[in-house]
Design a protein around this ligand. Structure first.
Ligand SMILES: Cc1cc2nc3c(=O)[nH]c(=O)nc-3n(C[C@H](O)[C@H](O)[C@H](O)COP(=O)(O)OP(=O)(O)OC[C@H]3O[C@@H](n4cnc5c(N)ncnc54)[C@H](O)[C@@H]3O)c2cc1C
Length: 363
């Protein structure tokens, strides 16, 4: 008798990889179109990356979470985002009977003739198409600066932010110009001295019009369509100071300095020779797309990114990999936001349906 892990599975229309906002949207639309699929998710519980956000991030702190198809997003307020959003996702999966299987971490996807073989350890699934919705949280990015390995203090990325008490009385350098840097400075500045450095001057939201926001998303889309690695959409939608950050602002937390030239054992030094001693470096330097499982499909262009086919409609609906139209990427590049993930999920399900119906008409 075969063991369950070696029994051949029926060929699915699609395997969705990842059950965050983008993967849930894709699954909802696949189901509505009557397409056979599973959603493989690496987490033990619903919630995508939201379940791992730091405890102090409340629904009032988030930029704004878009609705899921047929389900309004939870209200703003002081409740913890890492509780409220996972609970909402969990109810959504049940209400729509979405076929989520977890915990399953996909290691790789191989091409076998017309089909795709999705591997997770000893298990595998065969599908006509895949929708990769794996987000970025599992790939925190820390840029290299000379001397980084010589630093005697502590270095950590926002992905592991342990709460403000960890920083009490320890002089902390915060690196990065996005919303995470601003929020975490707001939290820790009242309990410790801080230094803030960013590569470019931050874009304050007061100065940012809706048109600027759309232009920023279009810039990310242009990069992806030329085959470059995407820059972050949420990082270019601007940052603002909220009531919670006023105390930190009064204490001077947002007097930003340009990037230092090197890291030394006890602090950082700028090109002009000036030096700041610090005990902790908090890297608020963002994430990269989690796409290692797609490596066997050789989708990456010579420019280092996965090129997506140009959409004639809105740029967040571009999901199909130019190098292999069996592969859709959602929550990638211009769709790496909750609203983008929603739109891309619908577009990807449409692309899967067109491909599957076309192939069965030919057969
Ligand atoms: C602190 C912070 C705050 C943010 N606030 C906002 C906001 O307010 N509004 C907004 O629009 N955007 C916000 N963003 C961006 C936001 O996280 C994303 O736009 C969106 O939530 C990502 O959804 P997703 O479905 O693409 O990915 P995720 O939510 O990351 O879901 C991906 C899922 O795929 C799984 N996975 C990963 N690799 C594999 C694998 N190999 N096999 C199987 N499963 C895998 C993961 O475990 C996870 O469950 C924020 C980001 C951060 C870091």
């Amino acid at each position: 008798m075969r063991s369950p892990s070696t029994r051949p599975s029926p060929t699915l229309d699609a395997v969705v990889i990842g059950a965050g906002q983008a993967g849930l949207s894709a699954s909802y639309h696949l189901r509505r179109r009557g397409l056979e699929h599973v959603v493989l998710d690496a987490e033990r519980a619903p919630g995508g990356a939201w379940q791992h956000r730091w405890d102090s991030l409340t629904m009032d702190d988030v930029h704004g979470v878009a609705d899921l198809p047929d389900s309004p997003a939870p209200a703003r307020g002081g409740a913890r985002a890492n509780r409220v959003i996972p609970a909402w996702f969990g109810e959504y999966e049940s209400a729509h009977a979405l076929p989520v299987v977890r915990p399953v971490r996909v290691d790789r996807v191989d091409s076998v003739g017309e089909l795709l073989l999705v591997h997770a350890g000893a298990r595998s699934w065969t599908a006509r198409t895949i929708i990769s919705a794996t987000g970025t949280w599992s790939r925190p990015f820390v840029p290299y600066y000379p001397g980084r390995e010589t630093f005697r203090g502590e270095q950590l990325h926002t992905v592991a932010f342990p709460g403000r008490d960890h920083f009490r009385g320890r002089r902390t350098l915060v690196v990065g110009g996005g919303a995470s840097a601003v929020q975490l400075l707001g939290e820790i500045r009242p309990v410790t001295d801080t230094v803030w450095v960013t590569r470019t001057a931050p874009v304050w939201r007061d100065d940012l019009t809706e048109l600027d926001g759309r232009a920023a998303i279009t810039r990310v889309a242009d990069r992806v369509q030329q085959g470059f690695p995407p820059s972050s959409v949420v990082s270019v939608t601007g940052i603002g100071l909220r009531a919670q950050e006023e105390q930190a602002a009064r204490l001077g937390a947002y007097q930003r300095r340009p990037m230092f030239a090197r890291i030394e054992p006890d602090g950082v030094r700028w090109a002009d020779g000036s030096f700041e001693p610090v005990d902790v470096i908090l890297w608020a330097t963002g994430f990269r797309p989690a796409i290692a499982h797609l490596a066997p499909l050789a989708l990456t262009s010579s420019r280092g990114g996965i090129r997506l086919l140009t959409s004639t409609r809105d740029v967040q609906s571009a999901t199909t990999a130019a190098a292999d139209p069996r592969v859709q990427l959602v929550g990638y590049g211009p769709s790496a936001s909750t609203i983008g993930g929603n739109r891309a999920g619908r577009a990807a399900a449409g692309a899967v349906e067109r491909r599957v119906r076309r192939r069965s008409a030919v057969a």
